[in-house]
Design a protein around this ligand. Sequence first.
Ligand code: SAH
Ligand code: MG
Length: 452
Amino acid sequence: MSVEVYIFDLDGVIINSGEDIADGVNAALKQFGYWSVGKERIISFIGDGEKNLILRSLKASTKKKFDETTEYGSKQLNSVRQFYHEYYAKNPVVHTYLYAGIKELLKVLKAKNKKNILVTNKPSDIAGLILKKLEVFDYFDIITGGDTLNFQGKTVAVKPDPEGLILSLDRLNQKCNSQFKNENCIFFGDSPTDIQAGKAFGCLTAAIRGGLSDKNLLSPEKADFSFSVASEIEKFIDTLSKDVQKSELKSQALKNEIPIIQDEGSDFICSYIKEHNVKSIFEIGTAIAYSSIRFAMLSPDIKVTTIEIDRERFEAAQKNIEESGVKDQITSIFGNALEEKINGNFDLIFIDAAKAQYINFFEKFKNQLNPDGVFISDNLSFHGMVEDLSLTRNYSTIKLVKKIRKYIEFLKNNEEFETQFYSVGDGISVSRRKNKTLAESVSTVAQKASDD
Ligand code: SAH
Ligand code: MG
């Protein structure tokens, strides 16, 4: 089963349109004499069409109960909705922006010959206008909006009904003279109704937690993948193009949204291990032992010690190590690397855990490196955001990226260690102790002697 067709919901997946939508709703409420409603509140009402958005906003706005079943209520609902519709059509891209990495993702998908489809409740002309303004319109093969007509000449049913997905795939196959099936598709959505529609359609589903919808409502839907932004799929496109089952570990990691090192990055470390005859490795951040098993498999005389703070992952790692055939070479520890005492000295310490703590890991373990030993750290580019912070507007991501920058500065200005940076995978650094001056060596020897 290979995935060739990437289907995206618009609001909360491709674009963050929350603020413009909220502004439109408040403009409409104000026009008809209603109290305005907090932006966050309105944003939480987005996801299943314009009518529900306006109805919930009216209910949140009025002190008395808003009753849409009365003649007056239903007229008010219609008028407010009409005003909102026209207002929003005129102002759809004031604050709206693409989520981090979306344009790059769409570019990569096109370069890899994949098809891209947009399925939204928005009218297709407004959706098209937004995509054009944000310069991603040309990446989509098909756009299905809330006003698109099905083959019976009726407007397409809204999600969770899968009709929009079925219709889109039919339209794609007609347009491209192709024969893709539901199982060749993956659907990205940020609302429970999206995941329900994808499941009813019978394709893979990806839940986007960083969208507009409440992420706590999303997890019970049990999507096949869960990402904070859709662009995180990028490193899995090639795996999905082949056979999802091919690497058991990898698909397990995908399903549980566990970060594993990109192949390019782990290839780099593996060649370092071989070239420098590394025999003892300490890894901070086991996850499910994907990388530690790979390292151990390089040679039977390599020993890996690895530590993981998360109980569930630690247990999954143990199971994987047990089944791996290299279990005698791996010591897997459960605990916080900043608190546990780790025995031994190492040729290589691989830092692959909480980014904010990189400097602390470095300081804590630097004296357990063998004389020619190195620290290797991963994710120093953080999907390109370290170089270009404008790729994200997410507050916690920005904070994280700043921490990574601080770590890079720390390495660059370090007096004891010199560091080389490589732009492989997600950005890797190799730090080794600087050649000691005679005086320093003498003082270390003296120190050692006094320790003894
Ligand atoms: N090296 C793995 C991926 C590790 S992902 C691979 O490539 O396959 C990072 C892991 O570090 C996460 O599972 C996280 O739970 C763990 N982690 C974060 N902070 C930690 C800490 N202080 N001590 C130990 N593990 C930590
Ligand atoms: Mg959405």
